[in-house]
Design a protein around this ligand. Structure first.
Ligand code: ZN
Ligand code: ZN
Ligand code: ZN
Length: 492
């Protein structure tokens, strides 16, 4: 169906939504799991977070780098943004950089924060008539929640200050109030721009995708492939059903979700999951607890340790030690499920820290726990996060199967478990590859998985082995992995 929007393909249309949700998108046909609900090839605006300007291409947002691109070269005019090559540079030049480059030069050595850079781009593009009338109409119809923002002094000041600066830099003839409304709409309607591997790199806005309402019980997920946004069905969606994505991390307990949605998006969630209150897996403990003070104390300790772990002056080894202690604090309460937050997110942070510190053996154990015990509870089989986590485990299995050295000081030595990591790797990739048609991951990720699986499978074949015909061998290796995971969890 055409939305009369350039570069958007979709099987939805905007309609007014029930329960005071304003407008929403509704399916115009049945949509199967993994299929595109909305795809927009060109953003309304997308910018990198300031630290990412150094290491990510502002033209393709890291897409070519993931395929093994060359070194980035800075724009010779402003030296603020960097690109893979000529095509990436000239694409961004035409989109907005020709207008912003002279402004960036004047502001040096100051570099504007991401939201100001995004606002500047939108104002400059509006002034040059680069948006279609329909695009602007939908954008201008998006919520600003200005009246609520006015009551929060800090946020109101920030919106006005950014608008004032952008009006001055751009020399735009838009009014201050119109620019401030742009800023408020950006705050409220932007998505986290991520890589195909779901690492956050910046801010993204497309007015059509922003029409999608929130539910903690969502039926679609959002992913990015370079500057393209993909909204995909994570459940079968019937014709005329409303599309929902989640604006927040919905693995957290009811009260945490409610607070975040009210504070950040100004609404009280009425979704089916929130209607159940505390009677959902996100809120439950392993068994009923009489004395909740033990749990409160465990959570307090864990949160305090998480904070020390993220302190700016914490050394990598200290960060890891704090996160391991935080896991231990929840583990010893003996009723805290691995999937109840903040347990799962502490483990996620620990894996990131272990990878950053080149502690690949320890990272493998944690990633295996997440793969086997956490993700199957938290995410449905088509969920992109589950696929990305499996991919990280596969990458670690590649490292270990190629003889990556263990650290003699690790409390758990992988080699004690006699695992053949080649078979583990083959199984994870084979499973990922077989789930591709129904997965909500983006095309670049699917390509990566397909290529790696083919390579691993061919290596086996060159030795005259086909693991797909060796079910017993593969399951025996898998049982060893299960033993390793249980052993590690008992000692958490
Ligand atoms: Zn590029
Ligand atoms: Zn420049
Ligand atoms: Zn909800």
């Amino acid at each position: 169906m055409s939305t009369s929007l350039p570069s958007v393909t979709t099987r939805t249309e905007p309609r007014s939504a029930p329960d005071g949700m304003g407008n929403g998108l509704f399916a115009t046909s049945d949509i199967k799991v993994g299929e595109d609900v909305v795809h927009a090839a060109v953003p309304f605006v997308a910018v990198l977070d300031s630290p990412r300007l150094e290491d990510t291409c502002s033209g393709c947002f890291g897409k070519k780098q993931m395929e093994g691109g060359a070194d980035l070269k800075a724009c010779t005019g402003c030296r603020v943004v960097k690109y893979c090559d000529r095509p990436c540079q000239s694409k961004d030049w035409k989109f907005a950089h020709s207008m912003e480059c002279p402004i960036f030069q004047k502001l040096k050595p100051m570099v504007l924060p991401n939201n100001a850079r995004a606002l500047l781009r939108m104002v400059l593009r509006t002034g040059r008539g680069k948006y279609s009338p329909r695009e602007l109409e939908i954008f201008n119809g998006l919520e600003t929640h200005m009246s609520q923002i006015q009551e929060i002094q800090a946020q109101f000041d920030r919106v006005n200050l950014t608008a004032k600066a952008v009006k001055e830099y751009s020399q735009s003839d838009m009014t201050h109030d119109d620019i401030a409304a742009y800023a408020a709409r950006l705050d409220l309607n932007s998505f986290n721009l991520t890589t195909a591997l779901y690492d956050r790199i910046g801010l993204y806005l497309h007015p059509y995708a922003s029409l999608i309402n929130h539910s903690c019980d969502y039926n679609a997920t959002v992913g990015f492939d370079g500057e393209e946004i993909f909204v995909k069905a994570i459940r079968p969606i019937k014709k005329n059903e409303q599309i929902f994505v989640s604006y927040i991390d919905t693995t957290t307990p009811n009260e945490v979700r409610r607070k975040e949605l009210i504070e950040r998006y100004f609404f009280d969630c009425q979704c089916p999951k929130c209607a159940k209150g505390k009677d959902t897996p996100e809120d439950r403990f392993s068994k009923p607890v009489e004395d909740t003070s033990v749990l409160e104390e465990a959570e307090r300790q864990a949160l305090e340790l998480m904070q020390s772990a993220s302190a700016s002056d914490a050394k990598p080894d200290e960060t890891i030690a704090c996160l391991e202690s935080a896991l231990h604090a929840l583990h010893k309460s003996s009723v805290w499920p691995l999937t109840r937050q903040p347990y799962a997110s502490i483990r996620d942070q620990l894996i990131v820290s272990l990878l950053a510190g080149d502690k690949f053996h320890k990272a493998f154990i944690q990633a295996a726990i997440r793969y086997l015990r956490v993700d199957p509870e938290l995410y449905s089989p088509a969920h992109p996060i589950r696929h990305i986590h499996a991919w990280i485990l596969a990458k670690l299995a590649i490292y270990i199967s190629q003889g990556g050295e263990p650290s003699p000081r690790d409390p758990i030595q992988l080699q004690d478990f006699g695992i053949n990591f080649h078979y583990i790797l083959w199984y994870i990739l084979a499973d990922l590859a077989s789930r591709q048609p129904e997965s909500c991951t983006v095309p670049s990720f699917k390509k990566l998985v397909g290529a790696n699986f083919a390579q691993v499978h061919n290596e086996f074949k060159s030795h005259g082995i086909d693991p797909s015909t060796q079910k017993a061998v593969v399951s025996a290796e898998w049982r060893k992995l299960e033993r390793l995971v249980q052993y590690a969890l008992d000692r958490e």
